[in-house]
Design a protein around this ligand. Structure first.
Ligand code: ATP
Ligand code: MG
Ligand code: MG
Length: 592
């Protein structure tokens, strides 16, 4: 069914809700300490989803897809979505990342603090969970498996374990430690926990099937020894659960109904079910247990979506930090000028499917334009300024006279009001708006041609001055009287060119940072970073903007007429210098 591929997860959820699948959830045997975790989650019929980032870096556009998918589905079906930090890997995780991830999820518009959540009556109810809070339970689950003959301590070297796993064509071979008794295994596992074995000396493995066609079922590791300080549990543990063991347990303890992940976890699903089936049989978790569903990860052309590779860009100085506006991190996209609405629209348009592919970067920009165009206040800015002198201004208008001009804040929203700025004898115009000799199809400034200074008067170009090197330094024009926009007779003279400008008298100098795709390579990641980067991903210009923009608030996006969508940089320049970031041009011009 490819007609409406974005609905396959909805179908699953709707079907489960209809069947009342999760409403029947019961503890298998004696709930024991799991009851503690289940406490407060007395609404089993609810859809419970989760977004489970590992706090080992900043979230990126791919995570936005997952955040959007889980939180929106939860909202749609009256459920909840947990933000869960999958923090079982102490060496790579840091509080800085935990904080940045919380910020990013909140910024996306998903408040994980739900006042009306029955799960936590009378408590500050935050659906923020940490896998590391379940380490005790995970440890007991491991002991349960050992006792049931379903796990053993393997003291082969990592290399031996790898070598005996076999491959696609060859079954694995049993470890010499595989047939230890539960008592022996328990003693060795406790020795691991108590720090009696050095790092890497042993692992706890599930005892499943060394000949399974699915390599993930060939006695996967559940616990390893690692003396590392954990950001949450400190030095309490010297053994840590493996992700494949921890993740299903996290889902089960939080009574997640649908555990949505990306396709690369498809081969892990049999182990996910094996583990939760065993724990349910033992009465450690409730039944029915959560189920895993996979969808294709988001890949965007010209973008890298891997925290590890993004960290490399930061550490090697290819970008100016995690929130560099060229970074596909949520922090970078935000600073670039992306809004949560634009990202959500992009996620929705990119679809939810079972088959991977690359989404065009252009569609990310299109989502930004489509969300900003209807709401962004307009403004004029000159990016590459050259002075235009209206040589007869003083005699026609009076020396030093500044004429007040007005323009709508938004052409389709009169209720957004008007903006005003001055027109005087000297204005800044774009360098590219003047040519000595008219090129074909060019209707802007060249000697003898008339154009309108948008929202102002019509002028007639009389010439341009160049320096010894041929660089344009000034353009001259004469005023065409009685042509001011909005006055009677303004349209008596028809012109083909309408140019943007700001008056030298009231323009505000600003640094304009013109961002482009960080990678020139369409599918980066295959080659050397240095070769794949776009050398022109940032062009900085010193220009001028309309006077009202001196007060532009961080987070507000503007459409600079003709130039695209800009936001004040959230880290403004030194000495009060105004800095604007271009989020996207007016239209896609990549490669043109
Ligand atoms: P990375 O390799 O960038 O670290 P990850 O998958 O290891 O990515 P996690 O922190 O584990 O990062 O991801 C949290 C959630 O976000 C997971 O459920 C993961 O499947 C999802 N996710 C990560 N990248 C993408 C992507 N490109 N498209 C969709 N979902 C993604
Ligand atoms: Mg991961
Ligand atoms: Mg990762």
């Amino acid at each position: 069914d490819t007609a409406k591929p974005s609905h396959f997860l909805r179908h699953v959820i709707e079907n489960d809700l209809q069947q009342g699948h999760y409403a029947t959830r019961r503890w298998g045997g004696s709930p024991g300490d799991a009851a503690h975790h289940a406490q407060g989650m007395q609404d089993p019929a609810r859809v419970r989803l989760r977004f489970p980032p590992e706090p080992n870096g900043y979230l990126h556009i791919g995570h936005a897809k997952s955040i959007w998918l889980n939180f929106e589905l939860a909202r749609e079906y009256g459920g909840v979505c947990h933000l869960r930090f999958d923090d079982t890997n102490p060496e790579k995780e840091e509080q800085e990342y935990v904080d940045a991830i919380r910020d990013a999820v909140r910024w996306m518009g998903y408040d994980v603090t739900l006042a009306d959540d029955p799960a936590h009556p009378g408590q500050p109810s935050e659906h923020v969970y940490f896998a590391s809070n379940y380490f005790d339970f995970m440890y007991r689950a491991a002991e349960y498996l050992i006792g049931a003959g379903l796990a053993y301590v393997d003291e082969q070297s990592a290399e031996q374990i790898r070598a005996t796993r076999g491959d696609f064509n060859t079954p694995g071979t049993d470890s010499p430690y595989r047939n230890r008794t539960p008592e022996e295994n328990l003693a060795r596992f406790r020795a691991m926990r108590d720090g009696q074995l050095p790092d890497g000396a042993a692992v706890l493995r599930a005892k499943i099937d060394m000949a399974s066609p699915n390599i993930n079922m060939r006695d996967p590791a559940l616990y390893r020894i690692r003396r590392a300080t954990h950001h949450n549990t400190g030095d309490r543990w010297c053994i840590y659960p493996m992700y494949t063991f921890a993740h299903p347990i996290e889902d089960a303890l939080e009574q997640i109904t649908h555990s949505i992940c990306t396709l690369e976890f498809e081969d892990q699903r049999p182990f996910y079910d094996w583990l939760l089936d065993r724990l349910a049989e033992g009465g450690l978790i409730a039944s029915p247990h959560p189920r895993q569903y996979e969808f294709a990860r988001l890949n965007v052309t010209h973008v890298i979506t891997s925290k590890r590779r993004l960290r490399q860009l930061v550490e090697e100085g290819h970008v100016d930090g995690w929130d560099d506006p060229r970074m596909p991190t949520l922090a970078g996209l935000r600073r670039r000028g992306y809004t949560p609405e634009a990202l959500k629209l992009f996620c929705e348009r990119s679809g939810v499917t079972k088959s991977g592919g690359w989404i065009e970067y252009a569609s990310l920009e299109a989502a930004l334009r489509d969300t900003l165009d209807p709401i962004a206040p307009r403004a004029m800015a000159v990016l590459d300024p050259v002075r235009l002198v209206i040589t007869d201004w003083d005699e026609r208008m009076g020396a030093g006279f500044l004429d007040e001009c007005t323009a709508p804040v938004h052409p389709h929203h009169p209720e957004m009001g008007k903006r005003s700025f001055k027109l005087g004898r000297e204005v800044w115009i774009e360098r590219t708006d003047y040519e000595d000799v008219q090129p074909k199809g060019f209707f802007r400034l060249f000697p003898g041609n008339k154009v309108r200074l948008k929202y102002g008067h019509v002028i007639e170009c009389t010439g341009g001055t160049r320096d010894a090197g041929g660089k344009l330094v000034e353009v001259q024009a004469r005023l065409v009287p009685d042509t001011k926009s909005g006055t009677p007779g303004a349209d008596a003279i028809k012109v083909k060119g309408n140019i943007t400008w700001v008056a030298a008298a009231d323009a505000v100098p600003a640094e304009l940072r013109l961002y482009e795709r960080l990678f020139a390579a369409a599918q980066p990641g295959a080659g050397e970073v240095q070769e794949e980067l776009n050398p022109n991903s940032l062009v900085v210009t010193q220009g001028y903007v309309e006077p009202a923009l001196a007060q532009a608030a961080t987070g507000s996006a503007f459409q600079f007429e003709r130039h695209g969508y800009f936001v004040p940089d959230s880290r403004q320049g030194a000495g009060g210098r105004l800095v604007f970031n271009r989020a996207a041009g007016m239209k896609d011009s990549w490669g043109k």
